[in-house]
Design a protein around this ligand. Structure first.
Ligand code: CA
Length: 259
């Protein structure tokens, strides 16, 4: 099944170029010239959005925030002015990458492929677990351009909303968090694996016991609390400012979907 790309760009000539380049690469593309139409189009499933910063009806940054409220797919910005780049690079928006106009459509296609590889999404699926090797696309293998920054791209990959910062190496039973391998006990490993499999899902203590413990009936649910607590402190060592595991009072725990 081909990847589905939504293009929101008000200049038809630019949109035509993008459409041609992406279709040549085998992507399925849908184009809208306004932000409003683009946002509505996202009610159906897409794998990535190419978003022009300068749209007639809504600013691309505001539109990005709107999209982020409801959807987790990667967003690639098209920027025209140097002043815009700072904001994109500043990552306040959780963009996955950006391309500065004028750009070559082939470069855009290469960047889209890199994002899709990085986020390890299957076409139009919700699976967002990165498995090794999932290191960011090295700058050597990316088309280089003086107008783009691979460092910013890598940083964006790590902080973008909707992309899990975990890498699971199931053969070695090692989970990395923002590229730092975690030292986890057996139960912490299994708990975290359960969380990663379904970001946002609220797990009851009982369900987590089923997932992580060999004989759940002989363990106390307080044991889950204790292991979640130690897991949290290990994640905080890597990222003190991120609340990775949320507590739902009376219900249980979930992994955040916002990074
Ligand atoms: Ca424009």
């Amino acid at each position: 099944m081909p990847y589905r790309i939504l293009i929101i760009e008000d200049e038809p000539a630019i949109a035509d170029n993008i459409l041609y380049a992406l279709k040549t690469e085998g992507f399925e593309c849908v184009w809208f010239a306004t932000g409003g139409e683009g946002l509505r189009a996202l009610e159906s499933v897409f794998d990535l959005v190419v978003l022009d910063v300068g749209l007639p009806d809504i600013g691309g940054f505001d539109l990005c925030r709107e999209i982020r409220k409801r959807h987790q797919l990667p967003i690639l910005f098209l920027t025209a002015r140097a002043g815009e780049i700072d904001r994109v690079v500043g990552l306040e928006l959780g963009a996955d990458d950006y391309v500065v106009k004028p750009f070559s459509p082939r470069e855009l296609a290469a960047r889209i492929k890199a994002i899709l590889r990085r986020t390890a999404l299957q076409p139009s699926s919700q699976v967002q677990i990165q498995t090794l090797p999932a290191s960011p696309v090295s700058s050597a293998s990316q088309p280089t351009s003086p107008s783009t920054s691979s460092a910013a791209t890598a940083a964006a990959a790590a902080t973008a909303v909707g992309i899990t910062p975990f890498q699971v190496d199931s053969e070695r039973m090692v989970i990395s968090f923002f590229r730092s391998p975690l030292e986890l006990s057996r139960y912490e490993y299994r708990l975290l694996l359960a969380f990663i499999e379904k970001p946002g899902r609220v797990w009851s203590r009982e369900q987590l016991m089923e997932k992580a413990w060999d004989s759940p009936e002989s363990s106390l649910e307080r044991t889950v609390d204790a292991h979640v607590k130690s897991l949290r402190s290990k994640l905080r060592e890597v990222k003190p400012d991120v609340e990775a595991i949320r507590t739902h009072r009376g219900l249980g725990y979930s992994l955040t979907e916002v990074w």
